[in-house]
Design a protein around this ligand. Structure first.
Ligand code: SF4
Ligand code: SF4
Length: 276
């Protein structure tokens, strides 16, 4: 039986037994290589799920939809390892109770679909700890190396050029599982912290504020740069910030549901050379 068929059966069983009230997975998208989220609540509908290497969107963000988990019932969700990391971050930041989530885990390294055993975040601890030492490949990796070799002036000019394309659509924010604030700072207009118009300074403010906000929290799922309509390589900024956080604090986001948020906690032996 294919993994897709096995997982459809599992989803059916979870719903038929009443163990979960909903299964969030993937369905066919608008083109052959795209998938869209499916929210299924009855076992008869589970044959609509699709599972293949094109299922790349991190679905964990849907778990914090307002009201979804407030009745205490459980929800199952198809997740890749980065999705499980995101679930851990959301749990550590008290956005959900991980016991309400049943994970249907899978991965597709180099396009080869494989099932991942386990159904709770704790079942995946072994896998996530190992990921820390194996930096996952990301689209645009070579570009990142090129940017690293640039002088500060060249790097500034590079990002200025990239951010000049930003149209402030906020698709990156909407697609990010870590951007769950009900009211984002950029939507506040009294006072207005970030200029809403699409000009160089405002675009810099928005993208830099977001990069800092995601530092130590980003799980490198790529939802943001896939959502960006003007193809700004957002994940490269997040990768760089994640590397800085790893080097400075030995922190890899999302390895456990009780992991302390790195920039919202401190240790007595943290490097604090900037404090006199
Ligand atoms: S910033 Fe981008 S890559 Fe990081 S968690 Fe959010 S969507 Fe995923
Ligand atoms: S998705 Fe791209 S264009 Fe839209 S706000 Fe984010 S960076 Fe700007």
């Amino acid at each position: 039986m294919s993994i897709e068929q096995q997982y459809r059966t599992r989803a059916k069983e979870l719903l038929a037994s009443g163990e979960v009230k909903m299964v969030i997975g993937y369905g066919p998208g608008s083109t052959a290589d795209r998938r869209r989220p499916l929210f299924i609540t009855s076992p008869e509908e589970c044959d609509r799920f699709v599972l293949d290497s094109a299922c790349i969107t991190n679905l964990s963000g849907y778990l914090v939809t307002e009201g979804l988990l407030s009745d205490g019932k459980r929800v199952a969700v198809f997740l890749r390892p980065e999705g499980v990391r995101a679930l851990n971050v959301l749990a550590a930041e008290a956005q959900l109770d991980p016991d309400q989530i049943v994970i249907i885990g899978f991965d597709a390294p180099k396009g080869e679909l494989k099932a991942l055993q386990g159904s709770t975040v704790d079942d995946f601890t072994y896998l996530l700890a190992a990921l820390k030492d194996v930096t996952p490949e990301i689209a645009g990796e070579q570009l990142l190396e090129k940017i690293e070799k640039m002088s500060p002036e060249e790097r500034f000019a590079f990002w200025q050029q990239e951010f000049s394309k930003c149209i402030k659509c906020y698709a990156c924010r909407q697609a990010c599982p870590m951007c769950y604030c009900r009211r984002c700072i950029v939507d506040s207009n009294q006072p207005q912290w970030v200029n809403t118009s699409s000009h160089t300074l405002g675009n810099f403010e928005w993208n830099i504020v977001r990069a800092f906000h995601l530092s130590g929290r980003c799980v490198e799922c790529g939802n943001c740069d896939r959502a960006c309509p003007v193809n700004i390589p957002l994940r490269l900024i997040n990768r760089k910030m994640a590397q800085e956080v790893l080097d400075s604090f030995n922190h890899f986001a999302g390895t456990s549901k009780t992991q302390e948020p790195v920039l919202a906690s401190f240790k007595k032996d943290d490097s604090e050379t900037f404090i006199l």
